[in-house]
Design a protein around this ligand. Structure first.
Ligand SMILES: C[S@@+](CC[C@H](N)C(=O)[O-])C[C@H]1O[C@@H](n2cnc3c(N)ncnc32)[C@H](O)[C@@H]1O
Length: 257
């Protein structure tokens, strides 16, 4: 799995600290304030890891049957890694990423067909209707309150050209056969996110939300992620990473208290 850890340096550290702090005015002014995760250095590495995990699980960067899209939108593009890889796969395509925090360009060089716009999705997407022929959004589980999902999905639909594709990926953080510690951790995450109107099982509801938003040909693909020895090398590897995430979540939890 081609995952690597970025090295922290003075430039990108100060960039994250300046722009990525969860408690910056900008996020507080965004009206919703639901986003639970920081955008510090460890989070950037976690997002990269998550990107390659999903890529491995679905054997690529997307599932929709797109062919030669001319303009792609990546909503809440984060580190921009998905956008970067799509730009290489489709060199003739313009890929636009949007996010509430600025894109950090100190560790990634983006090709000329990648573009970025800073925006708050709760205020709507700054594009005309039918502008994109593929719209992608993933891992907003800790950003979008359940009540906002229908609104956001309608906005994704608005900016997508009729007959083209929207792909939305988010997890349902329900574990099967979880142990005591995992149960405690997940209960805590569920309560903390519930207070912000977030739902950690949102992944299993997206299909019906998309249908309710008036989208047609909705297809849901569930991708189980093995965690533990029973899942072979992959499961063992993820188990170790999950422990790392656990330490991370606990630290994040301190910040919210
Ligand atoms: C967990 S990250 C996922 C990033 C990326 N989609 C990926 O797959 O790696 C969630 C992203 O949502 C962005 N975000 C949170 N609230 C937002 C909002 N209201 N409008 C736009 N972006 C937002 C955060 O800044 C962060 O980059």
């Amino acid at each position: 799995m081609p995952w690597f850890k970025r090295k922290e340096n003075a430039t990108n550290k100060s960039s994250y600290e300046k722009h990525g702090n969860r408690t910056s005015n900008e996020q507080q002014l965004s009206g919703q304030g639901a986003y639970m995760l920081p955008k510090d250095f460890r989070e950037v590495n976690r997002l990269d890891f998550q990107h390659y995990l999903l890529k491995q699980a679905i054997s690529g960067n997307y599932l929709a049957p797109i062919e030669r899209p001319s303009t792609i939108l990546d909503v809440a593009c984060g580190t921009g890694r998905w956008m970067l890889e799509m730009a290489h796969e489709f060199p003739q395509t313009n890929i636009i990423g949007v996010d509430i925090t600025p894109l950090d360009t100190s560790t990634i060089t983006f090709p000329p067909n990648c573009h970025f716009r800073q925006c708050d999705i709760f205020k709507g997407l700054p594009f005309p209707s039918g502008f994109f022929d593929f719209v992608h959004q993933r891992f907003l589980i800790f950003a979008l309150p359940v009540k906002q999902w229908p609104v956001v999905l309608r906005e994704l639909r608005r900016v997508t050209l009729a007959g083209q594709w929207i792909e939305v990926t988010d997890p349902d953080l329900t574990f099967t056969n979880q142990g005591l510690q995992t149960t405690r951790l997940m209960n805590w995450i569920s309560q903390a996110s519930g207070k912000r109107g977030l739902d950690i099982t949102i992944g299993s509801k997206l299909g019906s939300f998309m249908q309710a938003a008036g989208l047609r040909n909705v297809s849901v693909r569930k991708v189980p992620i093995p965690l533990g020895e029973w899942g072979g090398t992959y499961g063992e590897f993820l188990d170790k990473r999950f422990l790392w995430c656990r330490a991370y979540v606990e630290t994040t939890c301190d910040c919210f208290n």
